[in-house]
Design a protein around this ligand. Structure first.
Ligand code: PEP
Ligand code: MN
Length: 339
């Protein structure tokens, strides 16, 4: 439920109202926009409505949120969320590019690639230490050693690091070392993991499950927000369809749909969506045109030697060219499309 407050409400009136709400057993989530100030409430709000004086002159309107996702609902906040990852901002007009190899393999591979993406202008560095592979016989990632190499690459480049965490145990051991926790497509509905991540004060990159509806995706984000962590960035990474010419099908409409339904930033991973390096540029540019707040792109210093996802990885030089197109497209979008 949200309370839309009367224009011009004083700070003192607002504080009193918050205290009254808290006394009724709810946590008030205040958000102030240019036009409106709203207070969002989660819980048994039907009882709240009964107990509240609807003629209260501080309140303009009371609106019930119909959707099952409340805290991540666009109605719950008067402006879009900006997630700050160690000083790099994502959302509400702040565009960010996350780049790096699918998996951390060696010191040279990680540091070389990190230097390449830094030179090209990436904002954050990615690299998988724990890899969710379909086959148990495929390379599973370097684990703890991979986190150490990522930290070394961070030291060399100054780029904050994003890496996938697959279990509560890995979270306990490594959350404090990394700047942004990635929850991969396969774990999007690992509710225990989502609850744990929700209890941390740490940015989260939540990837869409490969067969998840937009509602499933937003409910997964709600799990994290419900625990108190609202530093969530959503990532569309392609979904399973009948089409097998591409690895997955980029659901381009998910971008404007999500941005209509939630205040959270939405980024796109064109690498896992298409599955081929030559699809990365068109999918990346289409995503910007559709309103994405950022991109996650796989880059490898020698894709043909990659232990994972080499066929969809860009060489650093190609990535550098792509960054130029990304900047142009983003500037074009910011300037507004003219007919
Ligand atoms: C990844 O980004 O490394 C990854 C495994 O992606 P996804 O979870 O989207 O498959
Ligand atoms: Mn990959």
């Amino acid at each position: 439920m949200i309370l839309i407050l009367k224009k011009g409400i004083s700070n003192c009136e607002m504080e009193n109202l918050k205290e009254e709400i808290a006394a009724k057993g709810f946590t008030p989530h205040v958000s102030k926009g240019d036009e409106l100030t709203i207070i969002g409430l989660v819980g048994d709000t039907i009882a709240f409505q009964d107990r509240f004086n609807l003629s209260d002159e501080r309140i303009d309107r009371i609106v019930r949120i119909q959707e099952p996702y409340k805290k991540v609902n666009k109605m719950f906040k008067s402006c879009d969320t900006v997630v700050d990852v160690a000083g790099r901002k994502i959302g509400d007009g702040n565009f960010a590019v996350i780049a790096g190899p699918c998996s951390v393999e060696t010191r040279d591979q990680m540091v070389d690639t990190a230097m390449g993406v830094k030179k090209a202008g990436a904002d954050l560095l990615r690299g998988g230490a724990f890899k969710p592979r379909t086959s148990p016989y495929s390379f599973q990632g370097l684990g703890e050693g991979g986190i150490e190499l990522l930290l070394e690459a961070k030291k060399e480049t100054g780029l904050p690091i994003v890496t996938e965490i697959m279990s509560v145990r890995q979270l306990d051991e490594h959350a404090s070392e990394i700047d942004m926790i990635q929850i991969g497509a396969r774990n999007m509905q690992n509710f225990e993991l989502l609850k744990e991540v929700g209890s941390l004060d740490k940015p989260v990159l939540l990837k869409r499950g490969m067969s998840a509806s937009i509602k499933d995706f937003l409910m997964a984000a709600e799990y994290i927000a419900a625990g108190g962590n609202e530093k969530i960035v959503l990532c569309e990474r392609g979904i399973r369809t009948f089409e097998n010419a591409t690895r997955n099908t980029l659901d381009i409409s998910a971008i404007p749909v999500l941005k209509r339904k939630t205040h959270l930033p939405v980024i796109v991973d064109p690498s896992h969506s298409g599955g081929y390096w030559w699809l990365v540029e068109p999918l990346a540019l289409a995503s910007i045109a559709a309103g994405a707040d950022g991109l996650m792109i796989e880059v490898h210093n020698s894709p043909k030697e990659a232990l994972c996802d080499g066929e969809q990885s860009l060489k650093p030089e190609r990535f550098e060219n792509l960054m130029q197109s990304i900047r142009n497209m983003e500037a074009f979008r910011r300037g507004g499309f003219s007919a």
